[in-house]
Design a protein around this ligand. Structure first.
Ligand SMILES: [Zn+2]
Length: 403
């Protein structure tokens, strides 16, 4: 039951209270009240606030049972959304007190997808407030629809019922099952915020920083904020083929599949599911080098695809006749020793991940701070004979938006 925010009186001034009903009464309340309708409520019990995940910061909350009566109020002036935005300074106090769910409004500075080491694609949205202080929202795959790819820098995002956490000094808004998002809200309660945020100068933080491998080695990973991307002009010196070059994910649960050798045939099995289709993904460990030094990095699926223009699935099923994950196909070995622009991020543990690779253009000057246009991977070739249907279309799940 979610009948919060339906206190009808004086809603424009921004008051709200939480009401809780037992899950087993869900059917009853679904029959008498509707979300986004407004009611005068009587016959409730008033108690103190919930002690865990309260949706509003209010000294009281309501318990609603079978005795509660709802009288529909039909007034077209009653808004059907309600925000209680917290300032950045309040967010900081909520890290310690994550019991209160928090609404926030900010301007999008960046909206980009990023792959995890297990092949999941996360959407990361960086917001800033009127004083250019930054907050990040991470959307897991099942929540990515809440802030779509069409949301671009400069858009305003109002997000509700989040939990505040801290990641390397960058505040994070964690979603809950109550979270809603509104893009460019056009409501009386938001107009002042939206106008102030719109008036901000567009900051140039989406530019990736160009760095040498020597300077990169001097960076303390703990001090690198997670939205910082770097570009190195470097070449692959050596591929650590003894550590494998691909893995497979389950088409049903997305967990890693285990290779199983049976009568000379390699199968991929899931510990939970039968009849799964392996979703092959590159994961290539290598040493890269430039004029100043070397670094050990991991090339993820999208960056390998950008260099090879062959999906991992096609590489496994067509080009690597033996699917041995530890025997490097000749095509992959051939990518070494060519200078390229490597778009990288540094993880907390110091691991360097290559997210994308673009070609070095003849006019490129690595000392300048100009931005580069990333090469667009060509659409995956559709093949008439396909040993395994692809679970994920490659080239679609990486995306980097620029201002
Ligand atoms: Zn599975």
């Amino acid at each position: 039951m979610d009948i919060k925010r339906q206190k009808g009186r004086d809603m424009l001034s921004g008051d709200s209270i939480e009401a809780t009903a037992e899950v087993k009464r869900g059917e009853h309340f679904d029959s008498v009240i509707q979300v986004h309708s407004c009611y005068k409520v009587s016959g409730y019990i008033c108690v103190g606030p919930k002690t865990y995940m309260a949706t509003v910061n209010h000294p009281a909350s309501l318990i609603i049972g079978l005795k509660a009566r709802f009288e529909l109020i039909t007034n077209s002036n009653i808004p059907n959304v309600y925000f209680n935005f917290s300032s950045y300074d309040v967010l900081k106090t909520r890290i310690r007190d994550a019991k209160i769910l928090t609404d926030y409004i900010g301007r999008v500075e960046r909206n980009a997808s990023r792959s995890t080491s297990t092949g999941k694609v996360l959407q990361k949205i960086l917001l800033q407030d009127e004083r250019e202080r930054k907050v990040e929202i991470t959307l897991w795959p099942e929540m990515r629809h809440l802030i779509g790819d069409d949301v671009i820098p400069g858009d305003i995002v109002a997000i509700t019922s989040t939990m505040v956490t801290d990641h390397n000094g960058l505040l994070q808004l964690e979603l809950t099952y109550l979270t809603t998002t509104t893009i460019n809200p056009d409501l009386p309660q938001t107009i002042e915020h939206v106008n102030r945020l719109r008036a901000l100068p567009i900051a140039d933080i989406t530019t990736e920083k160009i760095i040498t491998l020597h300077d990169l080695s001097l960076k303390n990973p703990q001090n690198i904020q997670s939205y910082t991307n770097f570009i190195c002009e470097a070449k692959i010196k050596h591929i650590h083929d003894d550590r494998g070059w691909y893995y497979a994910l389950c088409s049903k649960c997305s967990n890693k599949l285990y290779p199983e050798q049976e009568g000379g045939v390699l199968n991929f099995v899931c510990k939970d599911d039968d009849d799964v289709i392996p979703n092959f993904r590159y994961c290539v460990k290598a040493t890269i080098t430039d004029a100043t030094g070397t670094a050990d990095v991991v090339f993820f699926n999208e960056s390998m695809y950008a260099m090879l223009n062959i999906s991992c699935e096609d590489m496994v099923t067509k080009h690597a006749h033996a699917t041995n994950p530890k025997k490097l196909p000749h095509l992959i070995a051939s990518i070494t020793n060519t200078p390229r622009l490597l778009h990288i991020t540094v993880k907390n543990d110091g691991k360097i991940v290559v997210n994308n690779v673009t070609e070095v253009t003849p006019t490129c000057d690595t000392q300048s701070t100009s931005t580069f246009t990333p090469a667009t991977p060509s659409a995956k070739q559709t093949t008439s004979k396909r040993q395994y249907p692809a679970a994920t279309e490659l080239g679609e799940d990486w995306k980097m938006k620029r201002a």
